[in-house]
Design a protein around this ligand. Structure first.
Ligand code: ATP
Length: 421
């Protein structure tokens, strides 16, 4: 196999594959799409390689020899340092831009080394503005009584909000100047020893996210899209997010949606057949709602920080990080990755649960590229593994009587289920 590209000049996709194209905002895949992958750090190589094997088996099962994935390795993180001498080669970014679809393992963020997170750098470089996280139950051991009723998808804004890192340390010259400016221009008094941060949320970023969420809802036949915000307190950021999100719904998607207000004013509280209800929930209430009434939610759209809290809380309902899949999407490019990190304590021990990486691959191939049969086959295999107690250690400890499987044994179990379908 060719060495991963280290310089932009070396970015040449495998010749046996075809490239995914984007037409009218939608990816169009050939029968042999090139899919870039990054093994990542820690348990990354174990879970990503498990995911590739399971996806290959599912594609074989679903399409015989008619379709196949052509994997293209590109590097970031410690392997990139080893192979190319840098953490995130420009060639990797260019390669993903070329392939338009990638599966990525977790990458370690070197602590206090002055490096920005490689994950964040990659997301920024490719403008992957929507973070999509399905929260779904497959029969895994879960702490929640209603776990089997949990089935929603979170669309988290990925580029703005307090995540932009615009903040100044208490006592710094910059904080002093900002404080002075606010006092002089706006008569706002802040304590001298206050750290100061800026929260920015734009109409542009809000609306492109909402568009993606509504398109998803239409394509999946969802009945409700919920805007999560803290607009009662932060009127011009979170409140504006809500307003702008509704605006997209009631202008660009007018024929598809009914707002909560219209539901009661015009439809007597009953959602007309074929329509999508667009409602909103205050962030703190939303965190309660997913626990007490998870069945009411299907697609949730939210700014960056709320989305962070919500997706962790939600994945805990259905058994935690070993199962949580994610995908970061822009207008052209999609990069799927498990939600969990590098788990260095168990790296290289053949113990990691690869399900999150496998289900991330399903998001990429089964959802984003539209190979629905792959999704069905893999999800069914995961359900059977859970049913039969054939799971990795992280889940087995919660299942009385289950013997934990190694990563490779679990992977083979899934492949066996797939082949026997
Ligand atoms: P990083 O520092 O890269 O974020 P992390 O391991 O500290 O990595 P998480 O991914 O949040 O961060 O993981 C928390 C813990 O959950 C890990 O330490 C590990 O014990 C466990 N864990 C995470 N992912 C998996 C997995 N796929 N399989 C088994 N255990 C996992």
């Amino acid at each position: 196999m060719a060495r991963p590209p280290c310089s932009v000049g070396e970015v040449r996709p495998p010749p046996e594959g075809g490239l995914v194209e984007v037409r009218d905002g939608r990816p169009v895949a050939p029968d042999n799409p090139v899919v870039a992958y990054i093994e990542g750090d820690g348990i990354g190589p174990e879970v990503v390689n498990a995911a590739r094997q399971v996806l290959d088996a599912a594609v074989r099962k679903a399409y015989g020899g008619r379709r196949r994935i052509v994997w293209w390795e590109v590097v970031a993180g410690s392997k990139a340092v080893e192979v190319c001498g840098e953490l995130l080669p420009q060639a990797t970014i260019e390669a993903i831009r070329t392939a338009k679809v990638a599966l990525k393992g977790p990458l370690a963020t070197p602590v206090a080394s002055g490096h920005r997170s490689v994950n964040v750098a990659l997301r920024r470089a490719l403008d992957l503005y929507a973070n999509i996280r399905p929260v779904k139950y497959y029969g895994q051991p879960a702490p929640h009584r209603y776990a089997d009723k949990v089935n929603f998808v979170i669309f988290r804004e990925n580029t703005e909000d307090v995540y932009m890192g615009i903040e100044w340390q208490a006592g710094s010259r910059e904080a002093g100047r900002v404080r002075e400016f606010l006092r002089r221009e706006f008569g706002v008094d802040l304590r001298e020893d206050a750290g100061i941060g800026v929260k920015a949320i734009s109409r542009f970023a809000t609306q492109r996210l909402m568009r993606k969420a509504l398109r998803w809802a239409i394509e999946h036949g969802n009945r409700v899209v919920t805007i999560m915000h803290k607009g009662n307190i932060m009127k011009h950021t979170e409140g504006a997010f809500m307003k702008w999100a509704y605006e997209v719904a009631t202008t660009e998607f007018r024929d598809y949606v009914v707002t909560e207000q219209e539901l009661y004013e015009k439809h007597g509280g009953r959602l007309p057949e074929g329509k999508i209800l667009v409602n909103d929930r205050i962030a703190d209430n939303m965190l309660q709602q997913i626990i007490v009434r998870p069945w009411d939610y299907e697609v949730i759209v939210t700014p960056n920080l709320n989305g962070d809290y919500l997706s962790d809380a939600a994945s805990a309902l259905v058994g935690g990080v070993g199962m949580a899949a994610g995908m970061n999407v822009g207008d052209e490019v999609a990069v799927a990755e498990p939600v969990h990190g590098t788990a260095p304590q168990i790296a290289g021990m053949n113990k990691a649960n690869p399900t999150a990486a496998i289900l991330s691959g399903v998001l990429l191939i089964g959802e984003h590229l539209g190979w629905r049969e792959v999704k069905e086959v893999v999800e069914e295999a995961v359900r059977r593994a859970m049913r039969d107690g054939k799971v990795t250690e992280d889940l087995a400890i919660h299942m009385p009587g289950a013997t934990p499987l190694k990563t490779d044994e679990y992977t083979q179990t899934l492949i066996d289920y797939i082949e026997s379908m």
